[in-house]
Design a binder for this molecule. Sequence first.
Ligand code: GLU
Length: 306
Amino acid sequence: MDYQQLLHQAMATALSAPGRGRPADYIPALAAVDPTAFGMAIATVDGEVFGAGDWETPFSVQSVSKLFTLALALAEGGEDADALWRRVGREPSGNPFNSLVQLETEQGIPRNPFINAGALVVTDRLLELTGDAVGAVRDFLRAESGNDAIEVDDAVAASEARHGHRNAALAHFIASYGNLRNPVESVLAHYYAHCAMTASCRDLALVGRFLARHGVRADGSRLLSRSEAKRVNAVLLTCGTYDAAGEFAFRVGLPGKSGVGGGILAVLPGRGAVCVWSPGLDQAGNSVLGVAALDALTTATGWSVF
Ligand code: GLU
């Protein structure tokens, strides 16, 4: 399999279609990104990594981090995984990622771990279990990618905190139902900081391999049981790409998590992980070129969980 060639072809196919979307600007610091950036990387389960375009340029991982907080909260919770699943559901929400409406009818139990409300509960759980949710995510990303330079971009975190009225509202609303264990301010600070982590396609593809290896980390130790890894992949497939997870499954056919920084990390079970980044987003918040490149890649190779 010529991975390098496949990446170049997938990116060229994506670029041949019209439409680039627009970078997110509701977090002002994100709007400063180069809108033409485009990179893609594959990391295989046996340790090879291939990349094309801007695959080594760090970008703001944003909601891709929600995949890592979920995996770490489940791992740290040990046998008591249900303690998390009693506090957050696993159904697609059918609503935008930052919606407030569902929370009231569902009594402060967010629909799934990947909408902002659910991610705040997961961050709270990870904070409860480790005392340092951001540190846990950073250490995990560094260890799996081998890149010790992975860090929080404080300017992005501060920018989000300044404009984070909706996330603050969500966190307070959840707290009003008794579904946060830590002070709202701490949960928000850890949430903004793990979203503001910067990493490249190379880094994230290397990190994503733990799901391709059914829960096994780069050093051979087990983070998640095979069953838990399957569950995380299932929630990624059904809820990982905002309110367009059906369209993503239809076009790409793989579990994946997107972020408003323009990154998407997708899992090729048993084979590896692929990360693509381009800041222009569609209406749902997914990278336009990113989805198109993954569509082209999986169409050319037949890679899918189906
Ligand atoms: N930190 C962003 C927010 O809470 C994450 C959004 C995203 O990437 O979906 O709005």
